[in-house]
Ligand binder design. Structure first.
Ligand SMILES: *[C@@H]1O[C@H](CO)[C@@H](O)[C@H](O)[C@H]1NC(C)=O
Ligand SMILES: *[C@@H]1O[C@H](CO)[C@@H](O)[C@H](O)[C@H]1NC(C)=O
Ligand SMILES: *[C@@H]1O[C@H](CO)[C@@H](O)[C@H](O)[C@H]1NC(C)=O
Ligand SMILES: *[C@@H]1O[C@H](CO)[C@@H](O)[C@H](O)[C@H]1NC(C)=O
Ligand SMILES: *[C@@H]1O[C@H](CO)[C@@H](O)[C@H](O)[C@H]1NC(C)=O
Length: 391
């Protein structure tokens, strides 16, 4: 029954696995839960997504279908340098170009992006560090970009934990050029624990913004929204839905703002996604540099999108034989504040759900669930669980 309930509309149901498991030190229960989750989302068991991935709209209805995916579970990725979906950025920006008090040094040394406080590789995810100590008048900062440059309409989701050290800008954005961008920018100096206010700046960069020296707050393509939680305390999913009719910004599926109008990018613009953590000392924006080395930690990035590349469009029509067949389209599970189960779900973990996608596959041991979960295992677990009085 639980299976059925969760398959129907998983995100709206309470997390069945959080309920009564806490008292039990381990884990049989948890394993079973994981299996149930795996099954619940895998599906739509027969679906193999050859015609695309469908996203929920504001009203919770599944509507827009996208053909391509990029999914990265940074928490499970031992080394980003080998991941062909991502390019670590290495370049220097002069003070004048950075439009701030200082220049910026984007650099890729492993210890910038990938260590925790005691020097171990961060298991929480990818760490983008803004350092406190300048190098030749530049703030050391970090950024990763998708290798693919063909992203049009899509739904883009990043799980991140922000720094509470003032003086950085954490940015999650779709980028085509300096006048066609869709940005979520978090300024750590704006977080106020005493007032419990945590703003996020939602920006469509525009000609007008460019004319104002890129201070988009002077334009009407700018909304400062308040997050309904402390973004420095934990991971939350930040989401940009870029649709033909409008652009929606969400945090844990709570709508922050909608934008449309003249500065919505053209559908022909072949954008890419950027995760960036920077500071240039500009008191009107990032402030900083931070007094301490400041980490932005990214747990995952999930992007479902249409491609501007004619080859990918052709690939889609070749593999999608019958788009009307319900099983040919997979619903993207939703992460909400109350129900976080879907954060561990990646279509690309299943061989049959990411056919003909370009997602990077690590060669060993990174998948959480086997592509095919054996029913025998479940039945045995159920029996053991029953015998052990877990139900
Ligand atoms: C994405 O592309 C597919 C295939 O061309 C199309 O059916 C779908 O409507 C497109 N989605 C959006 C949101 O434009
Ligand atoms: C950036 O500047 C630093 C410090 O001057 C220098 O060591 C480094 O090579 C530069 N990086 C690039 C990509 O030019
Ligand atoms: C960005 O791309 C659009 C569409 O091609 C173009 O009109 C605009 O001039 C470009 N902006 C910049 C800063 O190059
Ligand atoms: C923008 O959104 C408003 C309200 O949802 C709608 O009335 C309007 O037609 C939209 N404009 C465009 C250009 O899509
Ligand atoms: C997708 O399928 C087409 C053939 O239909 C093939 O040419 C292309 O290389 C495939 N792409 C990937 C990423 O597997």
């Amino acid at each position: 029954m639980m299976l059925l309930a969760m398959t129907g509309n998983a995100p709206r149901h309470e997390n069945a696995c959080s309920g009564h498991s806490t008292k039990r030190p381990f884990s049989l229960f948890h394993s079973l839960c994981l299996l149930v989750i795996a099954l619940a989302f895998s599906g739509q068991v027969l679906a193999d997504c050859e015609c695309g991935y469908q996203s929920d709209n504001l009203d919770g209805e599944y509507q827009d279908v996208f053909t391509d995916i990029i999914e990265t579970n940074f928490a499970r990725m031992p080394d980003i340098s080998t991941n062909t979906d991502w390019l670590r950025q290495e370049f220097n920006v002069t003070r004048a170009k950075a439009r701030g008090e200082y220049g910026e040094m984007f650099y890729v040394k492993d210890d910038v992006e990938y260590v925790d406080k005691v020097g171990n590789r961060a298991s929480d995810g990818l760490q983008l560090l803004v350092r406190k100590d300048l190098v030749d008048g530049m703030v050391p900062v970090a950024e990763v970009d998708t290798a693919r440059l063909d992203l049009s309409y899509g739904t883009f989701r990043a799980s991140m934990k922000l720094t509470d050290i003032p003086g950085t800008c954490a940015a999650f954005f779709w980028y085509f050029n300096d006048t066609q961008e869709i940005d979520m920018e978090f300024l750590s100096k704006e977080f106020d624990h005493s007032k419990n206010t945590y703003p996020v700046n939602l920006v469509l960069q525009s000609r007008a913004a460019a004319a104002h020296g890129y201070d988009a707050s002077q334009t009407d393509n700018f909304i400062k929204a308040n997050l309904p939680f402390d973004p420095t305390a934990d991971f939350h999913e930040y989401r940009i839905d870029y649709n033909p009719s409008e652009i929606l910004f969400y945090a844990d599926r709570v709508l922050l703002a909608k934008m449309n109008g003249s500065n919505v990018p053209s559908p022909n613009s072949h954008g890419h996604l950027i995760l960036s953590h920077w500071s240039n000392g500009n008191p009107k924006w990032s402030g900083g540099p931070p007094k301490k080395d400041a980490p932005l930690v990214i747990r995952y990035l999930k992007a479902y999108f249409n491609s501007t590349d004619p080859k990918r469009t052709q690939d889609w029509s070749d593999r999608c034989k019958n788009a009307k067949l319900e099983t040919s389209v997979c619903k993207i599970p939703v992460v909400t504040r109350e129900n976080q189960i879907a954060k561990d779900y990646f279509f690309s973990d299943y061989e049959d759900k990411a056919k003909n996608q370009t997602v990077y596959e690590p060669t060993s041991g990174a998948r959480t669930f086997e592509p095919v979960v054996s029913w025998t295992v479940i039945v045995v677990l159920l029996m053991v669980g029953y015998a052990g009085g877990y139900f």
